[in-house]
Unconditional design. Structure first.
Length: 660
């Protein structure tokens, strides 16, 4: 150890927030506050000072915030991230010579000791600070230094004045500073956290039965999607579909002559990942769709599946990117006992992996050039973590506004690792969390546990691949329950649109969580005017989400006690409590349920001596509640949920009460 290192007397431990040992960045959106804490201490009795340093990664200079002391050598400070991109932050600590001197001087004053030498020591410290300062600050410091050299009571009072302490902190000398390892934060736009997604197969967008839908047909549906309040329209792959081993209806191995095949069997004579299916339209038609969607404030999310049909040009041009079996054929995708002969996965262990990586990144770059800024990546857990960390990192260097959703229904460690290496959001286990206990435990893990620093959950009650058992047997009330839960438990949620909107619940067979007559393998025109549509409820929920700031985040999600396990209650609040939403949901789709909800009034900043109003935003009904314990009753034939805005009682100067 060098002599310089040996003179660093402050130890810094446990800087938070951080992910693992700091190997991966935390995540925030523009405007967020990053609250930083650390443990810092030194030897002996000298006073320690700590500062939070932060900067945009592209900047050379650090901004600095003086940290406040907590108990047991703890320190805290915060900074606001104002732009998308990456920031760096760290904690610096050193012995504060002036604060140590002032602390000892105060004790000597109290003991009525001789201060003459001590004041001269202080004068030297203040003179050194004056030399580092400028303008009026330098003049004030010089004047105090001169006063300290005179000695006496007035000098001692000046030495201990808060004004001097503030100036000395501003121009403090920091020799032998200990710097904690630098940490990073990825800052995204708000859509990374908040948004409602609607999934639609473009080929089913036509209103006439039997006709293949086009991008122009999707444009005709935009008004309906916008009326329901969705911010993101997600399209499955739009590329040419292979014919070799094409799957028929309900995933049968043999396709008929008119079967369109699976959109995830990408590639044909018309092209591959950088081409569009000719029956959907042209690349120009797709760009026109992007522009029309923007007119409705809707973003198009595009599905990218890094796999090929046997007819993909890559198979012919780059056979080295695929794994050969002993019989000389290319290994197709399998998930035993399922076989996907219409799909060839890439071999990421190929000796030509660098060329493969570069080509796959060029696919993402191509669609960014067309105007896409949100990508749903298919089955990312079947590709190397290192690949995703590289690809997402490289893309966001030039386009930090781009967002990536991971379709990763997989083990927790894999799910979270994908988030750590760069995925903005991820599907998760929400479709299979149905009981109060399961939902409470799962959402508490996401919002209160360590994963909250990096994992963005996008809650989907169904997908084209998943028709959960709860929806199969619960009828329309089950769809209402899961919709309300998804839309209010998560700031980001989505539905596989027409199927959910129309409460489609017919499974492929007993014990199967797959749709019968799945749209993955056939064209299914949907009737937007079908009487059972949930469109009106969806629209109300999405309007409530936009109008109530508490629903735009998950950091203040709290579950509350209800004396009925079939009822779940939870609230969300903004930091200033200006927006507070309480949700009560009946988890039983077949029976009515009632119970008493208990609220922590102090945490919600509600005066227990005053009544407060809960305004049901779904039914537009208002109730006066008193105290922490109140009765609720929900019945499927009336409504499965309350979404309450909590309004506290306010008295005006004119002695008139109203609820805010």
């Amino acid at each position: 150890m060098s002599m310089t290192d040996g003179r660093n007397r402050v130890v810094i431990d446990g800087v938070t927030p951080r992910v693992d040992s700091g190997e991966f960045p935390i995540k925030r959106v523009v405007g967020d506050t990053v609250d930083v804490e650390a443990v810092a201490y030194g030897d002996g009795h000298d006073v320690v000072a700590c500062a939070l340093l932060y900067r945009r990664e592209a900047d050379a200079e650090w901004a600095e915030v003086r940290m406040e002391p907590l108990v047991n050598d703890g320190w805290k400070a915060a900074f606001v991230v104002e732009e998308i991109g990456r920031y760096r932050y760290t904690v610096a600590g050193s012995v504060d010579r002036f604060a140590t001197w002032a602390h000892d001087l105060a004790k000597r004053v109290g003991a009525e000791l001789d201060l003459s030498v001590d004041l001269l020591i202080g004068a030297e410290l203040v003179e050194a600070a004056a030399a580092r300062a400028s303008g009026s600050d330098a003049a004030r410091l010089a004047a105090v230094a001169a006063l300290l050299r005179t000695g006496g009571g007035e000098a001692a009072r000046a030495a201990l004045a808060p004004e001097l302490a503030g100036l000395m902190a501003r121009y403090a000398e920091r020799p032998f500073v200990t710097m904690a390892p630098e940490l990073s934060v990825v800052v995204d736009r708000e859509r990374a956290r908040f948004g409602a997604w609607y999934e639609m197969f473009p080929r089913s967008a036509a209103t006439e039965p039997g006709r293949h839908g086009t991008f122009r047909d999707v444009e005709d549906r935009l008004a309906d999607v916008a009326a329901m309040g969705f911010e993101v329209l997600y399209l499955p792959p739009i590329h040419p579909i292979g014919r070799a081993f094409r799957k028929g209806r309900n995933n049968t191995p043999a396709a008929g002559p008119d079967d369109p095949g699976s959109p995830w069997a990408i590639g044909g004579a018309e092209g591959g990942h950088k081409a569009v299916h000719p029956e959907l339209g042209t690349l120009e038609d797709f760009r026109h769709l992007l522009a029309r969607a923007a007119d409705y404030d809707i973003e198009i999310a595009l599905d990218i599946a890094f796999q090929c049909s046997p007819d993909h040009p890559y198979v012919r041009e780059h056979p080295e990117w695929f794994r050969l079996r002993p019989d000389g054929t290319i290994q197709y995708a399998e998930n035993p006992p399922k076989k996907y002969q219409d799909i060839y996965p890439f071999d990421f262990e190929t000796g030509h992996w660098r060329e493969l990586w570069d080509e796959l990144k060029s696919v993402v770059d191509f669609w960014i050039e067309q105007g896409v800024r949100i990508f749903r990546m298919d089955n990312p857990h079947t590709k190397p973590f290192a690949f995703w960390e590289w690809l997402i990192g490289e893309v966001k260097k030039d386009h930090p506004e781009v967002l990536f959703l991971a379709e990763a229904f997989t083990r927790p460690n894999v799910l979270y690792r994908l988030a750590k290496v760069g995925f903005t959001q991820s599907y998760n286990y929400f479709p299979w969390r149905n009981s109060k206990e399961e939902l409470t435990e799962f959402l508490t893990e996401l919002t209160r546990g360590p994963v909250r620093e990096f994992f963005g959950a996008n809650l989907w009650p169904n997908t084209p691949d998943i028709l959960p058992e709860y929806l199969q047997y619960g009828g329309r009330p089950a769809f209402v329950t899961r919709l309300v839960l998804a839309a209010t438990l998560g700031p980001s949620y989505g539905i596989y649109g027409p199927a959910y909107e129309q409460c489609l619940n017919v499974a492929l067979g007993p014990g199967r969580e797959e749709y019968l007559d799945s749209e993955k393998f056939e064209i299914r025109p949907w009737d937007p005017d079908r009487g059972s549509s949930l469109a009106g409820l969806v629209g109300r929920l999405n309007r409530i989400r936009r109008e109530n700031a508490a629903l735009r985040t998950n950091q203040n999600l709290r579950f509350h006690s209800v004396d009925n396990d079939r009822l779940i209650a939870y609230s969300k609040s903004t930091e200033d409590r200006a927006s507070q939403v309480l949700v009560v949901v009946n988890l039983d789709p077949n029976h009515g349920n009632a119970g008493f909800v208990e609220l922590p009034l102090d945490e919600l900043r509600i005066d227990p001596r005053q009544p407060y109003q809960v305004h049901d935003l779904l039914a537009d009904r208002r109730y006066l509640w008193y105290g922490p314990r109140n009765y609720v009753e929900l019945r499927p034939e009336v409504g499965q949920a309350h979404v309450f805005a909590i309004r506290r009682r306010v008295r005006t100067e004119a002695d008139f009460d109203y609820y805010l």
